[in-house]
Ligand binder design. Structure first.
Ligand code: ADP
Length: 629
């Protein structure tokens, strides 16, 4: 019989499995068992609408048997089974998950980032970590023909007809010989298999049965023991989400999460909800601590797994999660939902809407609880998903601000992350507004002249380092009745009456000169004025109106946008008490040509320090050079 070759990617992964780069070899059993459980799900689900197929629910099972002499571990199920074509398609190709580019991780001679592979579920092939030969015997429920697939590893596989009594699949692993580093024989030991099933497959919804032996008192004697064997169910079957939280160890939740949702890190929070009354459901939700690689792309699909009384009816039910909580993973199981409801109908299902509403508030309260009690994890969470929450605020025109505003966090001039609540509670009694400053990083923002000046006056400033920040805040408008104020825009009012009067006079008496400077700079600027709010800087740029300079650059950079539509009104603020101001005044009397050049220099210089790009680099360079000769 001709041997068939594995597809290239499969072969590479297979090579890796055989050479056991993955240290966590024991997961192979979990993978085989979960395939068996999926196969039973499939046939059980079909039998609900077609009573001519399948077995009664209590007849489904997964069996596991070890034969030490033959060195085989056999796992069988009475699930949907596979035809010859299925065997070819499913076991000849791997990584149908598609999006993962194996080449990137599997360059020659380089050990692959196994964590990444873990994310995609290595599945069936992981058995080659412990077996040097695998036989899969399978028969589908609708055919009397059975087939067997046999492979000894990377050089290919064969598929041939065979006999099998009933529908289902039997996987026979021929366990490798022990080596100095590794005792593969362990996987033939009852205690080991028992432990692995408890650890990884306890929540599988069908019984995992093994014929186990135990010592029993011999009938009719008082001290004679005999070894008896009997079928024993090794898993606890009840789905993990149906068990009360107090019975389940955290580690069990974590491994359930990691296996089911392909993460290699524990979630930062596990949320359990049991609802009784108008709607009945169990929800087990997880807040990940890390964004999946495709989270901020169109490819990412939000949704919770939906079950009806323990049977899965939808892999990703998007209607259960608002977009701003799209990062949440988990399972919802409700007896109120009909099993064979179509997706379209489900969208209009009233029960489902009620569940979604409850889940949304549960997620919110859980996040708030994490914020209050587990700050470190909350900050980790916010780093990964904060942008999504801000985006949610913006996207719905602030409609959900009550849900979202208390979840926001920003870095501030205090050097820490602060929430809006914390910020407003720490506000000085004379402070009317919430100060913020946009920029690319906390470091850059902290050097902006206005920021320095406001900080020196003793106020805290929120640092908006993400493009979305200002947009989100504009949707919010106020927090706790306090308005937000960009310290780089003109509406700052921190001066005393006396100072204000003074600067007003200064501006009035030098109106001509300021006009001349504005003229010299050209179109980029809408006003030039003196100010006394600049610490020790000579000048800086402020904006007037709703559109800030950073928002202008974000909007202009969006694909297909017309930059001329988004123009922030820029103002050049000159520090009235800086020696440079005196120089300008002197030049206005003595050398207008030079003043013209200095005006441009001062303007470009102010743009730089305010985090904006230089408008005319060639001219700027010429002017700076001319200073040096
Ligand atoms: P995954 O389970 O992640 O899809 P696997 O490599 O583990 O990847 O399995 C490939 C496919 O082989 C499965 O998707 C399934 O269609 C099929 N398969 C594996 N084991 C069984 C089984 N016991 N019964 C029926 N089909 C199976």
């Amino acid at each position: 019989m001709a041997k068939k070759q594995f597809k290239t990617e499969s072969k590479k992964l297979l090579d890796m499995m055989i050479n056991s780069i993955y240290t966590n070899k024991e997961i192979f059993l979990r993978e085989i068992i979960s395939n068996a459980s999926d196969a039973i799900d499939k046939i059980y689900f079909r039998s609900l609408t077609d009573t001519s197929i399948g077995l009664p629910r209590d007849k489904y099972e997964i069996r596991i048997a070890a034969d030490k002499d033959a060195r085989t571990l056999t796992i069988s199920d009475n699930g949907c089974g596979m035809s010859a074509e299925d065997l070819e398609k499913n076991l000849g190709t791997i990584a149908k998950s598609g999006s993962f580019d194996f080449k990137s991780g599997l360059e020659e001679g380089k050990s692959a980032d196994i964590d990444v592979i873990g994310q995609f579920g290595v599945g069936f092939y992981s058995s080659f970590m412990v077996a040097d030969k695998i036989t899969v015997i399978s028969r589908t429920y609708d055919s009397a023909d059975a087939n067997q697939w046999v492979s000894e590893g990377a050089d290919g596989y064969t598929i041939s007809p065979c006999e099998k009594d009933a529908a289902g699949t039997t996987v026979i692993l021929h366990i490798k010989a022990d080596t100095e580093e590794e005792s593969y024989s362990e996987y033939l030991e009852e205690y080991k298999l028992r432990g692995l099933i408890k650890k990884y497959s306890d929540f599988i919804r069908y019984p995992i049965i093994m014929n186990t032996s135990s010592e029993k008192l011999k009938d009719g004697t008082e001290d004679e023991y005999e070894t008896v064997s009997s079928d024993e169910t090794l898993n606890s079957i009840t789905p993990i989400w149906k068990r009360s939280a107090s019975e389940v160890e955290e580690e069990t939740y974590n491994s359930f999460y990691k296996e089911k949702f392909f993460d290699y890190e524990n979630p930062v929070k596990v949320v359990k909800q049991k609802a009784e009354g108008r709607v009945e459901y169990d929800a087990l939700l997880f807040i990940p601590g890390r964004a999946p690689y495709n989270y901020y792309s169109k490819e990412y699909e939000k949704g919770l797994q939906l079950y009806s009384s323990g049977v899965m009816i939808m892999e990703k039910c998007a209607d259960l999660l608002p977009d701003y909580f799209s990062f949440v993973k988990g399972v919802v199981d409700s007896p109120d939902l009909s099993l064979n409801i179509s997706r379209e109908l489900l969208q209009h299902d009233r029960q489902l809407k009620v569940i979604a509403k409850n889940i949304e508030s549960k997620i919110k309260s859980s996040l708030i609880e994490m914020l209050n009690k587990d700050r470190e994890n909350y900050e980790k969470f916010f780093k990964a998903f904060g942008a999504q929450i801000k985006f949610g605020l913006y996207q719905d025109f602030g409609m959900h601000k009550d849900v979202l505003q208390d979840l926001l966090m920003f870095e501030s001039s205090s050097g820490k992350m602060v929430t809006l609540k914390e910020y407003t509670e720490g506000m000085r009694p004379d402070q009317k507004k919430i100060f913020y400053a946009p920029g690319v990083s906390a470091q850059q923002i902290s050097t902006i002249p206005q920021v320095k000046a406001v900080k020196e006056k003793g106020f805290e400033i929120l640092y908006f380092t993400e493009d979305i920040d200002e947009f989100a805040i504009q949707m919010l408008m106020t927090y706790n009745e306090k308005e937000f104020s960009n310290v780089c825009s003109e509406n700052l009012d921190l001066s005393t009456e006396e100072e204000k009067e003074q600067i007003k006079k200064e501006n009035a008496s030098y109106a001509d000169m300021l006009g001349f400077i504005k003229e010299s700079i050209g179109g980029g600027i809408s006003e030039v004025r003196f100010t006394n709010n600049l610490a020790d800087y000579a000048a800086c740029i402020s904006t007037e109106g709703a559109l800030s300079a950073t928002m202008e650059s974000t909007l202009s950079a969006m694909p297909g946008s017309d930059p001329s539509q988004f123009k922030a009104r820029l103002v050049l603020d000159i520090n009235a008490s800086h020696p440079a101001a005196a120089k300008l005044k002197a030049l206005y009397m003595e050398d207008k040509d030079k003043l013209k050049d200095y005006s441009k220099l001062m303007y470009e210089n102010a743009r730089l320090i305010s985090g904006l790009a230089i408008e005319d680099p060639a001219e700027f360079s010429r002017l700076v050079s001319s200073l040096m000769v």
